[in-house]
Design a protein around this ligand. Structure first.
Ligand code: SF4
Length: 318
């Protein structure tokens, strides 16, 4: 597995976090362990397409534990608008700083990769681009249009930033009709100042609600990480808020600490506890719920999209 060498240089990636005291990174429990990715095969092909086309993936940038499994199935989540994020969330491994200018050819290169990989369903995410007047909304639209042009049968899932203070940005993106519009709430509102200091809980919630107002047919999806200090009742309240905003699909996974300078893991929720979270969420009326220690927004996204469509049809028949 080839890493961008800068990924290993935590101080360079997260200058704003270097003043934080070191938080010990405890041993992960057995249920978190994953197999190292096998070189070659489908993994190698995915890797070479990503590198040849000079694309960035959140799989690598966020140090996702599922990369071996996903890339072996030719499933990668493309991260557009560069490798550098303008926010500095306490949980995130993506580099922080001043980003480069937008690469106008990137939407086409993503579309070429989707075609080469023969993807039935693709997930596209991005860094936060608070420096851009529209937060990168047009770039998302161009990427969706380029994928549609080259691979009209491929379904498209986007995982966007919150476009905070960028009037109209959510509408522009929703009107390009992605099949799934995902925006993660990430954690409970009490922990926002510590965990997502640049974001606002109700801005994120309102984004999800607005997507449904623009086009009720778009599936909306949101995710939570647990293990940051949240209480069960707070997680239940977030589920209620998401349902009130019309969210169709909830993902819940275990937070893993990327470095000693990031927020510490306060608790490793056990697989049984995740099962309880999943049952509570289902009782709230989501069309679909995925809750397990290794659940990530884009994990199994293609299979999940088929199940999501089936769940909507079943609920309409009921
Ligand atoms: S779960 Fe998502 S981010 Fe992680 S490796 Fe799979 S596609 Fe990439």
């Amino acid at each position: 597995m080839t890493y961008n060498p800068d990924l290993l240089d935590k101080a360079k990636r997260h200058p704003e976090k270097q003043k934080n005291p070191d938080q010990p990174m405890g041993k992960k429990p057995d249920w978190i362990r994953v197999r190292a990715p096998a070189a070659g095969g489908a993994y190698g092909e995915t890797h070479s397409i990503v590198k040849q086309l000079k694309l960035t993936t959140v799989c690598e940038e966020a140090g996702c534990p599922n990369i071996g499994e996903c890339w072996n199935k030719r499933h990668a989540t493309f991260m557009i608008m560069g490798e550098v994020c303008t926010r500095a969330c306490a949980f995130c491994n993506v580099a922080t700083g001043k980003p480069d200018e937008l690469d106008k050819m990137e939407p086409l290169r993503v579309a070429v990769a989707v075609e080469k990989m023969g993807l039935k369903h693709v997930v596209v995410t991005s860094v936060d681009r608070d420096d851009l007047p529209d937060g990168g909304a047009e770039h998302f639209v161009k990427t969706i249009e380029a994928i549609r042009f080259k691979s009209p049968e491929t379904t498209i899932e986007i995982l966007t930033p919150d476009f905070k203070k960028k009037t109209g940005a959510v509408d522009i993106v929703a009107k390009s009709r992605p099949d799934v519009f995902n925006h993660n709430l990430e954690t409970v509102p009490r922990l926002y100042p510590k965990v997502r200091p640049g974001a606002r809980y109700y801005t994120s919630l309102r984004l999800l609600e607005r997507v449904k107002e623009v086009d009720p047919d778009i599936y909306t999806k949101s995710g939570l990480m647990v293990g940051l200090g949240e209480a069960l009742e707070e997680v239940g309240q977030v589920m209620d808020d998401m349902r009130a905003a019309g969210v169709d699909f909830l993902t819940i996974g275990q937070y893993l600490q990327p470095s000693p300078k990031h927020a510490p893991v306060t608790h490793f929720w056990t697989p049984d506890e995740f099962e309880v979270l999943g049952k509570i969420a289902k009782s709230k009326g989501f069309l679909m719920v995925s809750a397990s220690p290794l659940t990530r927004s884009s994990h199994h996204a293609g299979e999940d999209f088929d199940r999501l469509k089936a769940a909507r049809e079943a609920s309409r028949r009921a």
